[in-house]
Design a binder for this molecule. Structure first.
Ligand SMILES: [Zn+2]
Length: 248
């Protein structure tokens, strides 16, 4: 019997193991019980190694568990963010109280966080903002302009790049008669399907054409085609310092 073996028996649960082993082996003799106990348990160096390995295994298990948990939380946030950013909002309003501001399917506060608006505040005064979309010219715009001029009513016309290009004189008339010309994108695509760079390009191309035709910078107002957008569009529009205006 080596010193190390004795230590095992003497320390910790040694007495207990000794007793168990005695019962198990059916040995009434203290010597033979000790012998079988020593055979069953490794020398102390191996014992320490085993304990160390067990400890290491536990640490690795905990680390793995922590890693899996963190990965799970991270994945959840990524999926949630992507879902939230790409979920399409088809803008719409309803009028529960006639004569009052309509209610949108997204709140005013949510939109204004991204500098997007569907109504304004005019110090308690009731003001109607008249806006028009013009993806293409169908021969009615000049009649609308005549009517607005007659009544001295300013409005905002959201024009596509193609509209400005093919109708420079009507666009000039809009500006000269005090109307705002807003950005209705270059090609009238589903903006929520575009990546940030393409989104920017759709707006910037119109700004360039406007500048060529009118001679100065285009006002930073933008209306998404079909008023359909996602949160990423709102983020991109805000980054471009463009005010998104939805119809009411
Ligand atoms: Zn449109």
């Amino acid at each position: 019997m080596t010193k190390t073996h004795k230590k095992i028996v003497a320390h910790g649960c040694g007495d207990f193991l000794y007793a168990i082993n005695r019962i198990k082996s059916g040995c009434r003799n203290r010597k033979c019980a000790k012998k079988s106990l020593i055979q069953k348990f490794p020398p102390i160096d191996d014992y320490k190694t085993i304990k160390f390995r067990q400890y290491n295994t536990e640490v690795i298990k905990i680390k793995k568990c922590l890693f899996t948990c963190l990965l799970g939380v991270f994945t959840f946030f990524v999926v949630f963010t992507v879902y939230a950013n790409t979920k399409v909002i088809y803008w719409g309003v309803y009028y529960p109280n006639p004569g009052y501001i309509p209610i949108g399917n997204v709140t005013y506060d949510y939109l204004s966080e991204y500098d997007a608006f569907y109504h304004g505040f005019a110090n308690g005064e009731k003001v109607l903002y008249l806006t028009f979309d013009a993806g293409y010219e169908d021969g009615n715009t000049e009649k609308i302009l005549d009517s607005l001029k007659e009544r001295n009513v300013p409005a905002t016309f959201f024009l596509t790049g193609n509209y400005i290009k093919t109708n420079p004189e009507i666009t000039k008339r809009m500006v000269n008669e005090g109307h705002i010309v807003g950005n209705h994108t270059m090609t009238h695509p589903d903006m929520y399907k575009l990546k940030s760079l393409d989104f920017a390009s759709e707006l910037e191309k119109v700004e360039e054409i406007y500048k060529d035709v009118i001679g100065f910078e285009m006002p930073k107002y933008y209306r998404p085609p079909a008023c359909a957008f996602n949160e990423q569009n709102l983020i991109d529009a805000k980054a471009l310092k463009v005010l998104m205006i939805c119809k009411d």
